[in-house]
Write a protein that binds this ligand. Structure first.
Ligand code: TRP
Length: 328
């Protein structure tokens, strides 16, 4: 039986943090066991907002590849590649642009939101408007069935489905309508209690060392009403406890929750348990990061092989597309 195809990508902008690991990457790692998975670095997408600093993208691409491998993506089980090395994405993006009404792109909520968020950059560009269209090309050029993404990407998947439908209607059934595979994991909070994010400066990065992780957790905010150790606390109001829910066992959590409410366990002790559990998750990742950072040739080789395989799969689809559109 042939496995169903899964595809997902990540932009090469900036370092990966625990939120990315728990929310996206661990899910990708799980999926590689059951599906025919294609995972890539969306360096062209990074250019849509980062076109003025292209050299940063290059460094991030290598770092992201290393993190993919360190987190457990296995080149024997999935295909890892770089978007800009598979020109078929660009060809399909161009062809899809012929049939995509401008209104569809203008209506995607992330278009205006991101422009608001990144006010310091000029995002009134053709490329930025076409962001979801390029994403559509990324997905359907592999005729992928499932796309594991976060909830924020659902509008992009929606337009991908519409475009696939429109193509099929005009030129014949080539593309399955891709479906989002939503990750069930809770939002990972950062050290200040807000969503963990690069832009909030509250993230624990995969590239942080053990001392850094320990320092960040030790200085995390807890229940703000618990000033002294003798004050009873409410674990539901503590970001530390939110992280326990992800990294600690049920027994540990119960013990700490009771200890917090009765003021028998202080915040320091509670944080120590969290530090231990987070380090246990990160240590094997650090070890692998070290290995791949010391062996960049192995990393490049994995990406080259994956890219070659992706190109073959994408080219297969493009032959059908060219024929369907009278370009053969
Ligand atoms: N837009 C996605 C994000 O920011 C990245 C991405 C680009 C992607 N192309 C994709 C995700 C194709 C899934 C499928 O997270």
């Amino acid at each position: 039986m042939t496995k169903e195809r899964v595809l997902s990508g990540m932009q090469s902008s900036g370092k990966l943090h625990l939120g990315n690991l728990v929310g996206a990457l661990s899910n990708w790692v799980r999926l590689q066991e059951t599906y025919d998975c294609y995972y890539f670095i969306a360096d062209w997408h990074s250019l849509t907002t980062g076109y003025a600093q292209p050299t940063e993208i290059k460094g991030s691409t290598m770092d992201l590849l290393v993190n993919f491998l360190a987190a457990g993506l296995d080149p024997e089980k999935c295909t890892i590649f770089i978007q800009s090395r598979v020109l078929q994405h660009a060809e399909l993006h161009l062809l899809l642009s012929m049939i995509t009404p401008l209104g569809w792109l203008e209506r995607v909520p992330t278009y205006k939101e991101k422009q608001q968020e990144l006010k310091d950059r000029d995002l009134s560009t053709y490329g930025f408007l076409g962001y979801p269209l390029l994403q559509t090309a990324d997905i359907i050029v592999y005729r992928a069935k499932y796309v594991p993404v976060g909830i924020d990407q659902v509008p992009h998947l929606e337009i991908s489905r519409e475009i696939a439908r429109r193509f099929n209607f005009l030129y014949g059934e080539i593309f399955p309508e891709p479906e989002a595979l939503l990750t069930e994991f809770p939002k990972v909070v950062g050290t200040d209690g807000r969503k963990m994010s690069k832009s909030y400066d509250n993230a624990i990065y995969l590239s942080d060392g053990p001392e850094e992780v320990e320092r960040k957790i030790r200085t995390m905010v807890t229940d703000p009403a618990r000033v002294k150790k003798t004050d009873a606390g409410n674990p539901d109001l503590s970001p530390v406890f939110q992280l326990h829910k992800i990294f600690s066992s049920k027994e540990e959590m119960e013990r700490l929750a009771v200890g917090c409410r009765t003021a028998e366990i202080g915040c320091i002790e509670c944080k120590k348990v969290l530090i231990r559990n987070v380090l246990r998750v990160m240590e094997p990742i650090w070890e692998k990061r070290e290995f791949y950072l010391r062996n960049p040739d192995i990393v490049r080789d994995i990406a080259a092989k994956g890219t070659e395989k992706a190109r073959t799969a994408a080219e297969e689809t493009m032959q059908l597309v060219r024929t369907a559109m009278g370009l053969d």
